[in-house]
Design a protein around this ligand. Structure first.
Ligand SMILES: [Zn+2]
Length: 156
């Protein structure tokens, strides 16, 4: 363990989920995707701009007392395709996997077409089909609007 590892290490969590290798600057958007906001009681640790050999810099999010399921975390692939998920049980990494691109994204991304029914007052959740993972290309299931950039800016 080198000096920077020691300095950066925060208290290990007992049970929960560690989301590692988040693109630098996307940690807060990851929390948004997971529905963790200011009213949440969940204990969350954020590390931003951590030096990373593979990525230059990365963000890390630790969510205590909650295991995120793969479907829930896969949406993170839209903004951080290299993110890895570590499920922690009793201070040990019980499961480790990389996020995978979901086939559809419901209720998380806002359609860029202002006339889309998902942007009206109707009780309709936004819904996109993932047509391409690299580069990311999403198509609205209601109006066919294509979203292929600034996806993080369109988070609901
Ligand atoms: Zn639409």
């Amino acid at each position: 363990m080198n000096v920077s590892d020691r300095e950066l290490r925060v208290k290990p969590i007992n049970n929960g989920t560690v989301i590692d290798h988040i693109e630098s600057g996307q940690a807060l958007n990851v929390l948004k995707i997971l529905g963790i906001g200011s009213h949440s009681k969940t204990v969350v640790s954020l590390l931003m701009n951590v030096p990373s050999g593979a990525m230059g810099a990365k963000d890390v999010v630790k969510v205590e007392g909650r295991e995120l399921d793969p479907e829930e975390v896969d949406t993170i692939a839209l903004i951080s395709p290299r993110a890895t998920i570590n499920i922690i049980r009793n201070y040990e990494v019980a499961e480790k996997f990389r996020v995978g691109m979901p086939r559809k994204v419901v209720g998380i991304i806002k359609c860029g077409n202002p006339n889309c029914i998902s942007n009206s007052n109707e009780p309709v959740s936004s819904k996109f089909m993932v047509e391409s993972a690299d580069p990311v290309l999403l198509r609205c299931s209601y109006c066919e609007f294509v979203l292929d950039k600034n996806i993080a800016d369109n988070l609901l």
